[in-house]
Design a protein around this ligand. Structure first.
Ligand code: MGD
Ligand code: MGD
Ligand code: MO
Length: 752
């Protein structure tokens, strides 16, 4: 069979040819353009129907039984009853009207963070926001779980994270010009499997291999050896987790001390180096940030730090800092430190030199394509101005009316009476889930749109059954991914499931706003309309896209890469006056007057080493540092119920990796069922011994569906590490999540 005749479907983790009669999906084959396809999509088989599928609108029993108190403490353990769409629309319309009337729209929290699924039109959050904006608005969220601290610090230091990410020096430039590639947090190829909005061709592996073949030397700085693939023959340096900033400061100190810093670059392109230098030398605090000083903090040989600093000076060096470094206490510092170090080396704006924020964090980082700003569903205007930094949700639910600091402002938490989530899974993504579960009892009503019974759906009052990307026609076009894919519906949804668009259209009809919501368009008409807008925008950038019918007929289109490799900040380097970067000074801010002016003790005016609230440097002898990183077999919690993720578990338990020496010290062996625990909670897992882990570190991927034990509710039977992680902001600046700052203990358990 010629597979290139088959219809295409697209997900964040890849594009697939689908064998299907349009109703029943028989097979997913890799897209012929994909050189390194991901297996994650096979996780759909077996879960498109069955017990994990939501097949009808569902309402929680206790919520129906008590219209005043709503039996809120039964959320998460209560039974549900199926109702008709007509009934559920009536219940929601009444509740929305009541909450708006009695508490105002600020009382509706629809930050609704999450990845949902690929496809330009069928984006759950867009439709939710459009619908609520027609109804007076809602409290929203700002920044991401991925790198909130990175986003906020980059605003001040280089003028924004996403602008810089779109300008990332591409792999071709690295292959041709880089001599030394230093990766803090490694280059985890498993994460390069995905990209938001769709992935046509998985590029990270071939790019890394090309770089290696061209002589690029790699250094991977990470607690896990396998954060760099073996073929890179990377030098592995494994500092204590959360100590990277101390190591980078020592690298900076060494450059300064030995006169290896680029004073001309610092003078022309940066501000505030002198103040930072006074901190490095210890003039301001009496502590010189020498290699010996850092060695004691990081447990890395001082000589290795000095060697690395000298090599970085000698060679054309690209420094990468993974997003994970920002999901830690004081997570603002690692990116700021990386940029400061790169500025001292003076190679920013040169081919193959400077810094990149998260190569291989997602497939799009370093792609040779240009970023196109494609059109999305218009969301209208939100009349409510209230927002929270995304990871402050439990704080918000627990403390209505309380004031807190964020990025130079004083904000106030609203009194939340209704939560609406579409396309995200907070009972996967948030930290300290036992605390969230308690806080989650505060609102009167929780509504969730999802296609499967995630932990968040189980903790809702009303669950609206939606479709998934296999069941819809759409166009996948992710900003920097060059492939535009006409997706076809290749599987029939359960009869009562609706697209998110249709869910909100039905509700808008009930509220008397159908015309305002649809503007007279059905899904197909919207897709044509949005695609035409995207074509216009692309034309403005000099890129010609095929028209909608041609795209549908040919099934996909590849946007050609520009002729020249992209180099971050090249124009700025060539002429900083004509092409300033969008910071207050127009230059890289090694010292930020604005941040210093905020007066935050946990985020001073230049990069500063501050001990995290918990770490190996201040741990009891039996405590271990937990790395809860991204899963190889899925995207976050998506498809954890499916065969790819389930097949990678061991005897029904999530794997936890442990260094053999740490295991021996605890009388733990390969294959043992264990409990990871701390004061916040506990979860079950099965032990895999691996010397790819630095001693003192355990690693357990995120994504297992949260399942509290009925007997011991603080214990997650499925192994979701977020029962262990702490829910504290990175600092007053960004208030980002800190999942990677976490100590645990581990013990054998009799269970299973
Ligand atoms: N401990 C720890 N925790 C972490 C992290 C970590 O490193 N460690 N990483 C964090 C990061 S970086 C992130 S981005 C978050 C991710 O957190 P999320 O983005 O919330 O996780 P997902 O599992 O992708 O959730 C997406 C949800 O959308 C649903 N969905 C899919 N398609 C549709 C659709 O068309 N319509 C609707 N209505 N729903 C749909 C899926 O079934 C799923 O429930 O997790 C964070 N949490
Ligand atoms: N397959 C797959 N790919 C994904 C995702 C997924 O769920 N599945 N999620 C996507 C999303 S939303 C995001 S935001 C990105 C996230 O991309 P990252 O933030 O890079 O992801 P992580 O896997 O959490 O972390 C990468 C590595 O950082 C290392 N690390 C942790 N703490 C420290 C430290 O203190 N110091 C050093 N030097 N290293 C440390 C860990 O060993 C870890 O393996 O991944 C994306 N890619
Ligand atoms: Mo993320």
């Amino acid at each position: 069979m010629d597979k290139t005749d088959l219809p295409l479907t697209a997900m964040h983790w890849g594009t697939y040819r689908a064998e299907s009669d349009g109703k029943t999906l028989r097979a997913l084959h890799p897209f012929e353009e994909d050189v390194d396809p991901s297996n994650i999509g096979q996780g759909f088989f077996g879960v498109l129907d069955g017990p994990t599928r939501v097949t009808a609108p569902m309402v929680r029993k206790g919520w129906l039984e008590d219209p005043d108190g709503r039996n809120r403490d039964r959320r998460g353990s209560d039974a549900f009853v199926a109702v008709s769409w007509d009934e559920v629309e009536g219940l929601i319309a009444d509740e929305l009207t009541r909450v708006r009337r009695d508490f105002g729209n600020e009382a509706i929290y629809a930050g609704s963070y999450g990845w949902a699924s690929a496809g330009r039109f069928h984006h759950a959050q867009g439709h939710l926001r459009r619908f609520l904006n027609l109804n007076g608005g809602f409290t929203r969220s700002v920044n991401t779980y991925s790198l909130a601290a990175g986003e906020v610090i980059c605003e001040h230091v280089i003028g924004g994270f996403w602008v810089a990410a779109a300008d990332t020096t591409d792999w071709q430039s690295i292959v041709e010009h880089t001599e030394l590639f230093v990766a803090f947090g490694g280059l985890p190829l498993r994460n390069g499997q995905i990209s938001q909005g769709g992935t046509g061709r998985h590029r990270q592996r071939e790019a890394m291999l090309n770089a290696r073949a061209n002589g690029v030397e790699f250094v991977s700085i990470s607690p896990l050896r396998d954060d760099a693939i073996d073929a890179l023959s990377a030098q592995w340096i494994a500092p204590r987790p959360s100590s990277d900033v101390a190591m980078i400061l020592a690298l900076c100190h060494c450059l300064l001390d030995e006169g290896l810093h680029d004073a001309d670059f610092l003078a022309r392109y940066t501000v505030g180096f002198e103040r930072f230098a006074d901190y490095l030398t210890g003039k301001t605090d009496g502590v010189a940030k020498t290699a010996a000083w850092a060695a004691a903090i990081c447990e890395v040989e001082a000589s290795a730090i000095v060697d690395l600093a000298r090599r970085m000076h000698r060679q054309r060096t690209m420094i990468s800092a993974s997003w994970s470094l920002t999901r830690q206490d004081h997570g603002e510092q690692p990116f700021w430190a990386t940029i400061t170090l790169a500025a001292m080396l003076g190679q920013i704006g040169l081919p193959g030199g400077g810094f990149g924020l998260g190569y291989s964090a997602v497939n799009s980082m370093g792609l040779e394509n240009r970023s196109l700003a494609h059109a999305a569903m218009p969301q209208g205007t939100n009349p409510v101005e209230t927002y929270i930094p995304v990871a402050r949700i439990s704080d918000m639910l627990e403390n209505p009316g309380a004031e807190y600091a964020y990025n130079g402002r004083t904000l106030t938490y609203p009194d939340t009476r209704m939560i609406w989530w579409a396309g995200g899974n907070p009972f996967h993504h948030h930290q300290d889930l036992n605390r969230l579960r308690q806080a989650w009892t505060a609102p009167d009503t929780v509504i969730v749109n999802d296609w499967c019974w995630t932990a968040t759906a189980r903790h809702a009052d009303i669950v609206l059954p939606c479709t998934n990307p296999l069941e819809r026609r759409d166009v996948s076009m992710g900003g920097r991914d060059p492939y535009i894919v006409a997706m076809e519906a290749v599987s029939a949804p359960p009869p009562l499931a609706r697209d998110d668009y249709e869910i909100f259209r039905g509700l808008a009809r009930r509220m008397g706003q159908e015309e305002a919501f649809t503007e007279g368009r059905d899904a197909e008409a919207w897709q044509r309309h949005l695609y035409a807008l995207s074509c216009q925008r692309a034309a403005g950038e000099g890129v010609t896209l095929p028209d909608y019918d041609t795209l549908r007929e040919r099934r996909w289109h590849k946007v050609e890469a520009p002729a020249e490799p992209n180099v971050m900040f090249q124009r700025f380097r060539a002429d900083p006056e004509a092409h300033p970067i969008p910071t207050r000074s127009g230059k890289i801010e090694i010292w930020s007057a604005e941040i210093a002016g905020f007066g935050y003790d946990d985020c001073p005016g230049h990069v500063t080493w501050m001990e995290p609230y918990e770490w190996l440097g201040d741990a009891a002898a039996d405590e271990l540092h937990l790395i809860s990183n991204q899963p190889h077999t899925k995207l976050h919690s998506q498809l954890d119920q499916g065969p790819v993720s389930q097949g990678a578990k061991r005897g029904g338990l999530e794997r936890v990796r442990l260094n053999p020496a740490d295991a021996a010290a605890r009388d733990i062996s390969e294959g043992d069922a264990v409990e990871l625990f701390n004061a916040r909670g506990a979860c079950l897992a099965r032990v895999v011994l691996d010397d790819a882990l630095r001693r003192g570190v355990v690693q357990m991927a995120t994504g297992a569906w949260f399942k509290p034990s009925p007997e011991r509710p603080e214990l997650c039977l499925n192994g979701n590490p977020n029962v262990l992680t702490a829910d504290r902001g990175t600092s007053k600046l960004a208030q980002g999540p800190t999942a990677h700052t976490c100590l645990v203990r581990i013990r054998k358990t009799a269970q299973r």
